[in-house]
Design a protein around this ligand. Structure first.
Ligand code: HEC
Ligand code: HEC
Length: 193
């Protein structure tokens, strides 16, 4: 039996359906599932060397992903991971995490360092890390309640030149001692509300 053109069209149509399903873009929540193993469900990271992403500034996430992908920002895992995604994916993931409710970490902090950092942050860092680090500004990340070990690793990378510091941030960071900088990170880690 030979097939008529109309029957061929039906077969071709049936084959085209799965291809169309695959071509549909994944939702931001689907994309962000791939991040949950390390950054926690909804971006509430449970591991001290991995940053929480919940309530993070969207621009900060997108910029970080682009820098990981290009290799400009050093990383253990993110560089390799970021290569699997497009700029549009970064926008979608940034939007998703920025909307998640802030996660307050539970960490043991040195109270004297927290107090010292509180006194230093307004003059030195608040201009960009707004509201005690609770708000990001453009590409400046939110830092309130972020994991201290993660921030310490980042500060070491900045000071060693492996991660490039924004010029205006460097102007504020360079005159401070290591102890003062560590106190500042303690302060940000302690901010709860
Ligand atoms: C295997 C664990 C792992 C997975 C999976 C993972 N991350 Fe990460 N992420 C890290 C670590 C560790 C860092 C710190 C940089 C580094 O060492 O790679 C980080 C850092 C980041 C940062 C920088 C945050 C900041 O405050 O500057 C962003 C943004 C980020 N990850 C987004 C994502 C997104 C989006 C996904 C999902 C596509 C994802 N990560 C999946 C482990 C992971
Ligand atoms: C002129 C604006 C500006 C000032 C002032 C500033 N920062 Fe930043 N900070 C940024 C930006 C922008 C980034 C992200 C840039 C990048 O991609 O490395 C950042 C990132 C950071 C990070 C890494 C956070 C993360 O999630 O990876 C730390 C830690 C940090 N700043 C600490 C400080 C401290 C401490 C001060 C005060 C001494 C300070 N900053 C002052 C703009 C600023």
């Amino acid at each position: 039996m030979t097939m008529k053109w109309s029957q061929w069209a039906l077969v071709a149509g049936a084959l085209a359906i799965p291809a169309m399903v695959n071509a549909m873009p994944p939702t931001p929540a689907m994309l962000s599932n791939a991040c949950a193993g390390c950054h926690g469900v909804h971006g509430a990271s449970a591991g001290p060397s991995m940053p929480s992403l919940s309530n993070q500034s969207k621009v900060a996430i997108v910029e970080a992903m682009k820098k990981f992908k290009s290799g400009e920002r050093p990383s253990t895992v993110m560089g390799r991971l970021a290569k699997g995604y497009s700029d549009a994916d970064f926008e979608a993931m940034g939007e998703f995490f920025a909307k998640q409710k802030i996660h307050f970490t539970q960490q043991t902090l040195d109270a004297a360092k927290v107090a010292k950092g509180a006194a230093l942050q307004e003059k030195n860092c608040q201009r960009c890390h707004l509201e005690d680090g609770k708000e990001g500004k453009d590409d400046s990340p939110v830092m309130a309640s972020q994991w201290l070990p993660y921030m310490q690793i980042q500060m070491d990378q900045y000071l060693s030149g492996k991660r490039k510091m924004p010029e205006k941030m460097a102007e504020k960071v360079k005159p401070l001692s290591k102890e003062e900088l560590d106190a500042l990170l303690h302060f940000y880690a302690s901010v709860k509300k």
